[in-house]
Structure formats: C-alpha cells, structure tokens
Design a protein around this ligand. Structure first.
Ligand code: SF4
Length: 136
C-alpha cells in the first residue's frame, strides 16, 4: 500500500495560488495502481492545522508545541493502520512532496538563517506589497 501526500490526490489543499493542477496530480494514482499499490490519502497536516488561507512557511515555523501536537495526532491515526498492514505482510511505501516543510521526504524547506517569517507582506504571486524583503 502507498501512503500518499494529500495534495497529490487533491491539489485544492495547497496553499492558495500554489496548486499546479485543478484536481489530482495526473498519473500518480494510475502508476501506483499499475504496481498494485492500494492508496491511502494522508491528511494534509497544514490544512488541518492552519486551513486554506495559510501562507507558505518553512519547517522552522511548524516547530512549536501546538503544531507538533496536531501533527503527532494525525500521525498516530495513520500509525495504527500502518502497523496492522505491516504485521500482515504488506509492503508500505510513502509518497511525499520533497520541498514541503510538512511532507518532504528527503528535502524540507528550512530557514537556516532564521529570518523567514512567512509572507504577510507578499501578494499571491510573490510580489512585495509592503516593500519589505525576505530571505530565500
Ligand atoms: S502539507 Fe503536505 S499534503 Fe498539505 S499541501 Fe503541503 S505537501 Fe501537500
């Protein structure tokens, strides 16, 4: 079975303006099905904790007690069934989103310099609207 990041199957959960497709990411479900993986759509942790009107953040901003509690709760719900599948001999794979601060597998967005605070000063296409700068 494949644990699939929520937005691969539902792009509507992305931060407003960042969806690349109007529905699911084309071809992913068909590819997994071809290799006989059942799909489990994981909850979108950012949507669950911050809703659709969140802005794009880095993992540092989610490293606080409240987000951690929420993410732990979501992970616990999945872990029960993952353990059950594994104990019955299933292969479990994870299909995440590299670059996402929440669903990255090998890469997560970080703020090594500690100065990224989110984008209240940017409009949806990334143009500064208050004239303040931001870090990469
Ligand atoms: S948190 Fe994960 S599921 Fe939600 S939009 Fe970001 S990458 Fe997709």
């Amino acid at each position: 079975m494949a644990l699939v990041a929520h937005c691969i199957l539902n792009q509507n959960a992305k931060v407003a303006g960042l969806a690349r497709f109007p529905a699911a990411v084309p071809g992913v479900a068909a590819l997994l099905e071809r290799y006989r993986f059942g799909l489990v759509q994981m909850p979108c942790p950012e949507m669950e904790t911050a809703g659709l009107r969140r802005w794009w953040q880095v993992s540092d901003q989610y490293r606080c007690a409240g987000f951690r509690r929420s993410y732990d709760r979501l992970a616990d719900l999945l872990l029960d069934s993952v353990e059950d599948y594994l104990s019955h001999g299933f292969t479990v794979v994870l299909v995440g989103i590299d670059g996402s601060p929440s669903c990255g597998v090998d890469i997560t967005d970080r703020d090594a310099k500690g100065i990224w605070l989110g984008c209240p000063s940017l409009d949806l296409v990334g143009m500064p609207i208050l004239g303040s700068g931001w870090a990469e």
